[in-house]
Design a protein around this ligand. Structure first.
Ligand SMILES: NC(=O)c1ccc[n+]([C@@H]2O[C@H](COP(=O)([O-])OP(=O)(O)OC[C@H]3O[C@@H](n4cnc5c(N)ncnc54)[C@H](OP(=O)(O)O)[C@@H]3O)[C@@H](O)[C@H]2O)c1
Length: 320
């Protein structure tokens, strides 16, 4: 194993150095090149939860590469405030705000219909929106909130936008998952978290694992259409989400947390990287594919992954 590969492996297995800003500071010495300037010129990218943290950083990163970016935000007001900050930093950026609550399954078909009208060709759809609720919360559609936000909403939106993604000819879908998913197995037997005492961090980690395996299934389904699908984890970045949902972690890890730009680095890189076209269905961190499980007890069988897919199809009615 070359020295850098060994060090990279060590960073991954020791977690704290790898996930913190130490990881990206070291790995940038050997990771693949940055996308060329203007690599996304003439393309359109859509980012959910684009008004805060990693979503805003992904929007800025994609705009810097020349993409028109549709910021899909549940609050237009917060979206416009974030857009104005981006424009202050990058006055030429082509950024537009569109209302989209990804957990509101009933509203997504109309949102997607608007997008299909406005965006006939979509280079990338980034499923970035994320939540870590303190208690079990149920959406108007009757789904547990992390499941609706991380899994069912992205599933519906991916299906609804597969036309514009295919029309681009180099379309890609990206799920922003979390390293926290390593701690959990695939809960296809209780996806709505109805059993046992509810823990927001457990629900978050379970649904982040679902995202990774849902991405694998979508990769298989969209391959004939020329669209690739990947998932990634950002490590640990200082964002409003971390400060609000994990204050103790934020306090302890503070100086070691990545900036939002460092956390969003792999997401932005995957939007333009050749590697994300030549492969599909992989899980990335710091510009390199990573294993999806380190423990046999968290490694799902193909039947479990299939059960997750079937659950999503049965619950949402898509793909038809
Ligand atoms: N920061 C980290 O260290 C870290 C680590 C691992 C994974 N992640 C993942 O990275 C992603 C971004 O997280 P972040 O740290 O940047 O957190 P954040 O600052 O809280 O941003 C989350 C974004 O998601 C939006 N959102 C939540 N529910 C939504 C919904 N139903 N529809 C549309 N947008 C919604 C939020 O909108 P509002 O402003 O309206 O609430 C906000 O814009 C998440 O998927 C998270 O799980 C982050």
């Amino acid at each position: 194993m070359p020295l850098t590969a060994g060090l990279d492996w060590l960073l991954d297995r020791t977690v704290v150095p790898g996930y913190s800003r130490v990881g990206s500071a070291l790995r940038r010495h050997w990771w693949p090149d940055d996308p060329a300037p203007g690599a996304l010129a003439g393309t359109t990218v859509a980012v959910t939860g684009a008004n805060s943290g990693l979503g805003a950083a992904t929007t800025l990163g994609a705009a810097r590469l020349g993409a028109e970016v549709w910021m899909l935000c549940r609050s237009v007001e917060r979206g416009e405030a974030a857009r104005d900050e981006i424009l202050a930093e990058l006055p030429d950026a082509a950024v537009r705000v569109h209302r989209c609550d990804v957990s509101d399954l009933a509203a997504l078909p109309d949102v997607a219909a608007d997008l299909r009208r406005e965006v006939p060709r979509l280079r990338a759809l980034v499923h970035n929106a994320g939540v870590l609720p303190p208690e079990r919360t149920v959406t108007d559609d009757g789904h547990e909130l992390t499941l609706a936000t991380h899994v069912l909403g992205p599933h519906v939106l991916t299906d609804a936008l597969r036309g514009p993604l295919a029309a681009d000819g180099a379309g890609r879908v990206l799920f922003v998952a979390s390293g926290g998913m390593y701690a959990q197995r695939l809960y296809d037997d209780d996806p709505e978290y109805t059993l046992g005492d509810y823990s927001g961090t457990t629900a978050y980690a379970r649904t982040k694992r679902m995202q990774v395996h849902l991405a694998e299934e979508w990769a298989r389904v969209l391959e004939p259409e020329g669209t690739t699908v990947h998932s990634m984890h950002p490590g640990w970045a200082a964002t409003p989400g971390v400060t609000d949902s994990l204050p103790a972690f934020d306090k302890v890890m503070g100086p070691l947390l990545r900036t939002p730009e460092q956390g969003a680095d792999t997401a932005v890189w995957l939007l333009a990287a050749r590697e994300a076209r030549e492969t599909t269905g992989l899980f990335w961190h710091d510009r390199r594919p990573r294993p999806t499980s380190y423990l046999s007890r968290t490694r799902p069988s193909p039947e479990h992954v299939r059960a997750l897919w079937n659950f999503c199809v049965r619950t949402t009615g898509v793909p038809a």
